[in-house]
Design a protein around this ligand. Structure first.
Ligand code: LRH
Ligand code: MN
Ligand code: MN
Length: 388
């Protein structure tokens, strides 16, 4: 059986990054249901992230999205974060919101639009310099809607040229994480539709370019844990955008609909050494909370990742390896299922108490009165970035 103190130590050192946009109002293209007390600016998003950190103790980093989180002074924003025990996580570059990007950004047929998009990506690296952020996270809405609309390989050439220019600009300790997505908003071709495309670009670029796996960005039935294992083996897994999908890119709470998938993913992470902070795998959430209260939903999501991680750490690897080598299919499967079926909530409560935290993060947050305070104080909360 796994050594319990090692399991606890691993749980204490895991970090789960929360996204600034999850704290703001969001919705579908049909309706944004505005909530009382949501942040009015990036500073207030950090105030809310500090609540998540206070309740969980494992979520100090906050990912920003530019320009959704545009401020005049990014060093001041980073200092504000630091004062609250937080750090600035990944900088997400948004090159999909302007009218200019109707036919794409870095793959656009017009060099002037490509230049504009590249300038934005380079500005995001400047922001990383100012905030001390390690990761530039790139997701492109680029693609086409109709056969014949544009040249598929020419679009790859344009994409590769921009990626190379950004890569050149990265500092020694900075990374570029390239995210893929099966479809949407482009519906016929997507320029980075899958892990293979992202991997091929990252491989050409070099060690500082790595793939990010957004759990919501696959076709139904895709074996995401295989992708995770493969990328870890190649040292190309930069991190996760965690969320839960049911139909498409639903961005619901990670581990809510399919906690077993999250466990299978975390099992591959643990088995392939990806939990060690030195491997640099970033465990980020990429979610929006349309109908549920945002801060508690983010706390619940952090807890869901911790529960899947704890179960993965409890896999009896000696028994698993022995069964695998003996070709004992049922025993090997049972080794995984035993761990998955363990109730890890008492273990995590203990871990939290050892960290000086309340054993129940949801109750800890409720007791702060923060929800009531922000509902009374903040009028006119900011939307996460989507049009109503
Ligand atoms: C695209 C995506 C990407 C964006 C985020 C808001 O669907 O997953 O990571 O940055 O949503
Ligand atoms: Mn994402
Ligand atoms: Mn997405």
């Amino acid at each position: 059986m796994p050594d319990l103190s090692a399991v606890k130590a691993a749980l204490k050192s895991q970090r789960i990054e929360t996204p600034s946009w999850a704290y703001g109002n969001s919705g579908t293209r049909f309706k944004v249901f505005r909530q009382a007390g949501v942040p009015r600016d990036p500073y207030e998003k950090l105030d809310d992230a500090a609540q998540v950190q206070a309740a969980t103790g494992v979520a100090p980093a906050v990912a920003l999205h530019i320009p959704w989180d545009r401020v005049d002074d990014y060093a001041a924003l980073a200092a504000y974060a630091k004062d609250r025990g937080l750090t600035v996580g990944a900088i997400n570059a948004n090159v999909f919101q302007d009218d200019d990007y109707k036919l794409g950004s870095v793959s656009h047929p017009d060099p002037a639009v490509r230049r504009k998009a590249l300038d934005h990506l380079l500005e995001c690296v400047d922001i990383m310099d100012a905030t001390g952020s390690r990761d530039l996270k790139l997701w492109f809405a680029d693609g086409t809607n109709y056969p014949g609309q544009d040249d598929i390989t020419a679009r790859q050439d344009r994409l590769a040229a921009s990626l190379a220019a950004v890569y050149e600009r990265l500092g020694a300790d900075q990374r570029m994480l390239l995210e893929y997505k099966l479809f949407e908003p482009a519906f016929y071709t997507t320029d980075v539709p899958d892990w293979g495309t992202s991997y091929a670009h990252c491989l050409k670029l070099g060690d500082k370019a790595q793939v990010v796996v957004d759990t919501g960005h696959h076709a139904p039935g895709t074996n995401i844990e295989f992708i995770v294992a493969f990328l870890l083996r190649e040292r190309k897994l930069g991190g996760f955008d965690f969320n839960s999908r049911f139909y498409a890119d639903d961005d619901l709470m990670v581990g809510s609909a399919d906690p077993f998938q999250l466990f299978r993913i975390m099992h591959e992470v643990v088995r392939n050494g990806g939990l060690a902070p030195a491997t640099g795998v970033a465990f980020m959430l990429d979610q929006s909370h349309n109908i549920e209260a945002k801060i508690p939903a983010i706390i619940r999501s952090v807890m869901n990742v911790q529960e899947a991680t704890a179960k993965a750490l409890l896999v009896d690897t000696t028994a698993l390896t022995a069964a695998q080598q003996a070709g004992d299919v049922l025993e090997a499967n049972a080794a995984l299922m035993d761990a998955y079926n363990t109730d890890v909530r008492p273990l995590l409560a203990e871990v939290r108490e050892e960290l000086g935290l309340h054993p129940d993060p949801m109750a800890a947050y409720r007791a702060t009165g923060h929800a009531e305070k922000i509902a009374a104080e903040r009028i006119g909360g900011q939307q996460a970035g989507w049009d109503a």
